[in-house]
Ligand binder design. Structure first.
Ligand SMILES: Nc1ncnc2c1ncn2[C@@H]1O[C@H](COP(=O)(O)OP(=O)(O)OP(=O)(O)O)[C@@H](O)[C@H]1O
Ligand SMILES: N[C@@H](CCO)C(=O)O
Length: 319
């Protein structure tokens, strides 16, 4: 279930007249997704995706929408926000912030292979480089500051040993964030949530990254680590698959070579990326915002991944 705010063809007809897209012939709610209300919209000019933002505000959205526009203009495969006749990309519909973006062809890939991972690594590196001159700034909304604020809220729900492990890892990450090494890592706008279900493929061809609504400025390596912890694992165990890891990292490195500092930080950042989703999943599990709607993701999955990343040597960033 995902359409929280219904939109009818009658609602859309006057609304779409502020765009140069001709008339609208169809609107279909999209059933996946749990954050926003999404619709496929057919117009005389083609197919688009309409999003009504259920939580993000008018003040928060310019960072995300302008980033997508900036990246799309530089040839990065992402949905491009469609400007209206006055050039505006952020709108209002039924009192909610809304935008129209280009529709990506294809579907997400639930069982990626090396050829998928290589394309994601390649496009991510290109996206990081393209984001270097993006003018808006926003810290990663699910970065260290959010971890520090959120962990105390969930500790009381956890078995004592688990809560110790969570606090130990948070301390470890805080110490790392105070080192010179951490601050020497390349940083800029990152997607920060580039899981399998946020990348579209048309058969085996990558057609775009989407769902930028957790993006923020953080280390590029953190973006790589988030993706590796999802694209290159056995979902049953969390173990890394060396073939897919190599395909991803080599493709990224071929576009934007990893630095020696990044090699030194890699294991810690991989752990941090696992911690980030362990915390958010614990938070959604124990403190759900809309209990009747959300089916929370399994937090244990990322507890398992974190334990593995702590126990095992990290894969070589560069061979
Ligand atoms: N630009 C796009 N082109 C094609 N399909 C899209 C596009 N944007 C969204 N979709 C479709 O809508 C679905 C839901 O989108 P999305 O993942 O952004 O949902 P959400 O509710 O915003 O976030 P979440 O993934 O956190 O639940 C996607 O799985 C995809 O099928
Ligand atoms: N990708 C996240 C959910 C959306 O941010 C997760 O799997 O926990």
């Amino acid at each position: 279930m995902a359409v929280f705010t219904p939109v009818s063809l009658q609602d859309l007809t006057p609304w779409i007249s502020s765009f140069s897209l001709g008339s609208v012939s169809n609107i279909r709610g999209i059933s996946s997704g749990i954050e926003n209300s999404n619709f496929f919209v057919s117009t005389e000019k083609g197919e688009y995706v309409l999003t009504l933002f259920e939580k993000l505000t008018f003040d928060e959205l310019p960072f995300y929408l302008n980033l997508m526009q900036h990246l799309a203009r530089k040839g990065i495969k992402v949905p491009a926000p469609v400007p209206d006749k006055n050039g505006r990309i952020l709108h209002s519909l039924h009192g909610k912030p809304a935008c129209l973006v280009t529709k990506l062809v294809g579907d997400w890939q639930p069982e990626p292979e090396a050829l998928h991972c290589a394309q994601v690594g390649d496009m991510m590196a290109k996206m990081h480089l393209a984001g270097q001159d993006y003018s808006l700034q926003q810290p990663n909304p699910r970065g260290l500051e959010w971890w520090k604020k959120t962990v105390p809220l969930i500790l009381s729900y956890l078995p004592v040993k688990t809560s110790f492990m969570l606090q130990d890892e948070l301390r470890f990450q805080e110490e790392f964030a105070s080192t010179n090494l951490y601050w020497k890592l390349y940083r800029g706008p990152i997607h920060a949530d580039l899981f399998r279900n946020n990348v579209m493929f048309d058969s085996t061809r990558l057609t775009g990254f989407f769902d930028f609504y957790f993006a923020g400025c953080d280390s590029w390596l953190f973006d790589v680590a988030v993706a590796i912890n999802d694209w290159c694992i056995d979902p049953g165990t969390g173990e890394l698959d060396s073939v897919r890891v190599r395909a991803f990292l080599d493709a990224y490195h071929a576009v934007r070579p990893f630095t020696l500092d990044e090699c030194a930080a890699w294991k810690t950042i991989l752990r941090g990326a696992a911690l980030r989703f362990w915390i958010s999943r614990l938070y959604d599990f124990y403190l759900p915002r809309d209990a009747e709607i959300l089916t929370p993701h399994d937090p244990c999955h990322f507890e398992r991944i974190l334990r593995l990343r702590i126990a095992q040597p990290a894969p070589e960033l560069v061979l």
